[in-house]
Design a protein around this ligand. Sequence first.
Ligand code: IPM
Ligand code: MG
Length: 353
Amino acid sequence: MKLAVLPGDGIGKEIVAQAVKVLDVLKGEGAGIEMEYGNIGGAGFDAEGDPLPESSLKLARAADAVLLGAVGGPQYDQLDRPLRPERGLLRIRKELNLFANLRPALLYPELAGASSLKPEIVSGLDIMIVRELTGDVYFGQPRGVEVRNGERVGFNTMIYSESEVRRVAHVAFAIAMKRGKKLCSVEKANVLECSELWRDVVAEVAKDYPEVELSTLYVDNAAMQLVRNPKQFDVIVTGNLFGDILSDQASMLSGSIGMLPSASLDENNKGMYEPIHGSAPDIAGRDIANPLATILSLAMMYRYTFADMATADRIEAAVKKVIAQGYRTGDIWTEGGNKVSCSAMGDAVVAAM
Ligand code: IPM
Ligand code: MG
């Protein structure tokens, strides 16, 4: 297994270091894992003047999978747009054609108290959000800020081709088949033509999956349903922008955004694995971040890229165990929990392995 490791910025370095401890355990047992490090985001800009240096892209292309921490920081906010850390992340997604972004929102029973919703609403929660990741308003042209009629206007283009919708819909239906066989497609077809096409194409693809029950929701209603009765959902498929927003929202149901991993896959299940949270500059370097989302991203890597379910299960079981043992980083800590640092949490997972 060749892994490109791109820690990025802020807490990215600390959390990736904990995931690497887990990989080191597996290596120690004889697993053939090769890791090579590269820069991305602000770290790429600082070291090589580019948020996605050519060297990192090369590394990622040559690897079987990419492990990414997080990008961004206030010190980069004034840079020209193409040099900003987030652009590096968007470019690597696009360059590697990672169009299917899998974002599970899963509640560990012991963390029900850390959720902002009542335990009875979230207990047993297990949702998979499939977010399209290489299209939509994130990449659509034209885009920009310019002066028209004496004032500045900002504009972006929401655009999807039917092939883009079709391929991510297939991924979502296939995942639904392996789970509860329910898929909810989220769009805004009452207002947006782009969403109308999305809805029509998803309905066409549904014909290939007669066993899956397909429903559709407008994104505003979906946002409401996610906090009203989140357990009605099994798999959600949606576009890049709506998926960005709804996956952050869903993360809170599970107690903390610090718990949620993600996989971004291409047509051949090559993938990039990253926590869904950001670089959290406010707590960076203090060894208090939650590394579990990154460690759980490794489990997704074993599951989706390497089809090694046993190792995926083992990593997930280790995380479940440390949660059951009461280890808590600050973000998931509640009265009575054993508050631990980022590195101590990593060590606890290693011990549980
Ligand atoms: C995410 C992040 C990114 C996104 C940012 C950092 C560009 O919010 O992965 O959800 O909007 O996709
Ligand atoms: Mg986001």
